[in-house]
Write a protein that binds this ligand. Structure first.
Ligand code: ADP
Ligand code: MG
Length: 423
């Protein structure tokens, strides 16, 4: 039996349950959409994050969490922040173990592994050379190319073998007192992985993260649509897609000197250093894209492949199960090559179609110019109300409604038209 006060209580409870149930139903029935946001990190580098979630989800909390993940990476690994772990290590000349965060130790340990696998093509100790070539933090206003002697001296200051790392307890150690490190070629990829892991942890299984061109994507977009990313065509100052790739729980990173370079004495120099020569790389490679299961790996190998030759790239990509897409400059042409599996959604252009794509705009421009010239001449004739000269274009063959022809306007009639002119 229910008394009066119980009745109100039950009524209240049933209203509450109904409200909750309606709320849950509308939540579970709400369509998933792609919610995205963007910002800057590590100074001027842009980032984009996309998650698949119901449209009404408030992402403020998530955005704050992602910002703090990015800030943490920056405060640990930046060479631009004077108090970062890396900057403090660079200032120290002590040969003792230098305590770092577990995250920094993991990144440096992976960097050292990749240095060993690439026989030193990837080397985070290149910092003195990066700075000397005016490409790092402390940029100078004036710049001169280092002499061979200076390059030889700079080379003595680098070498990944002069750096030790240990994971537990996390620490790094320099063998030479002036050894310095630069994580720019791996930290962006690591930041992408860290954001991706945070999103997984927060329950956003399907997501996309891009930091300064390095990308990782998980799950699918609504309606089972895959995440698709474009690989840029390596042409300075022009943003064009060379081909598109489907990413399924994978990462893709691209290195190239078409956007990031220094100009010295009218010559373009790559921002990638060849540790074997101690100077910016000078080879035919203009862009190297690497597909891997994590972005830290993809990022570092993309830089290493700007340094290595094709045979070494093949060896490393097979050993490390990487997908590789290379673009090389051969004279005036771009030459593409692959290694491993790359799930292209739209294949890169063939040489023939690329030639056609460069000829077609020229052809179109010539056609438009010709059209304009004809139009200009025609309007000149019409506007000045001149009579028609030369070929009548068939006027003599047509008659006006009153039976006459327009041959009288012709100044240069052919012999068979002369009799028609009288009309
Ligand atoms: P990209 O995306 O073109 O690879 P990154 O910013 O990821 O560009 O990496 C380039 C940076 O890495 C350089 O500015 C320099 O600080 C550093 N770097 C240059 N050469 C090497 C190298 N051989 N190994 C490791 N780091 C390098
Ligand atoms: Mg990179």
């Amino acid at each position: 039996m229910i008394n009066r006060s119980d009745k109100w209580r039950y009524l209240g409870l049933s209203v509450l349950w109904t409200l909750l149930a309606t709320g849950f139903t509308s939540l579970s029935c709400a369509e998933d959409v792609v919610l995205s946001w963007s910002g800057y990190t590590m100074g001027p580098i842009t980032y984009v994050v996309k998650v698949v979630a119901p449209s009404e989800v408030d992402l403020t909390e998530v955005q704050n969490e992602i910002s703090s993940v990015l800030d943490c990476v920056n405060h640990r690994m930046s060479t631009y922040l004077p108090d970062s772990e890396v900057s403090r290590f660079n200032k120290s000349e002590s040969p003792d173990w230098f305590e770092v965060s577990p995250q920094t130790a993991v990144v440096i340990s992976r960097a050292q592994e990749i240095s060993r696998i690439t026989n030193g093509a990837f080397d985070i100790t290149v910092k003195p050379i990066v700075e000397r070539w005016n490409m790092g933090a402390g940029k100078q206003d004036t710049f001169t190319v280092p002499s061979a002697e200076e390059t030889a001296r700079l080379k003595l200051r680098i070498g990944f073998e002069k750096l030790d790392v240990r994971i537990d307890p996390p620490a790094i150690r320099k063998v030479a007192p002036d050894l310095q490190i630069d994580l720019s070629a791996i930290a962006k990829g690591y930041a992408v992985d860290s954001v991706s892991e945070k999103l997984q942890e927060l329950g956003f299984v399907s997501h996309f993260v891009e930091i300064g061109g390095e990308v990782r994507a998980h799950g699918m977009k609504p309606n089972e649509q895959p995440w698709i990313v474009g690989i840029e065509r390596p042409i300075p100052n022009i943003r064009e897609t060379d081909c598109t790739v489907v990413l399924k729980n994978q990462a893709l990173a691209t290195s190239g000197d078409y956007r990031n370079f220094v100009e010295v004495g009218g010559k373009r120099r790559s921002h990638t250093i060849d540790p074997r020569t101690g100077t910016p790389v000078e080879n035919s490679m203009v862009s190297a894209s690497v597909l891997a299961s994590d972005c830290m790996t993809a990022d570092a190998y993309a830089t290493a492949f700007m340094v290595l030759g094709p045979e070494e790239i093949d060896r490393v990509s097979i050993a490390e199960s990487l997908g590789v897409y290379l673009i090389q400059q051969e004279g005036s042409k771009l030459q593409r090559s692959f290694s491993g599996e790359i799930p292209f959604q739209e294949a890169p252009p063939s040489e023939a179609s690329e030639a056609a794509s460069t000829i077609f705009p020229l052809f179109l421009a010539a056609f438009v110019l010709f059209g304009l010239a004809v139009l200009g001449m025609a309007s000149g004739v019409i506007l000045s109300n001149r009579t028609i000269k030369g070929s009548c274009g068939g006027i003599s063959g047509t008659t006006n409604p009153d039976g006459s022809t327009s041959c009288s306007v012709c100044q240069n009639p052919a012999s068979e038209c002369r009799d028609k002119q009288a009309n």
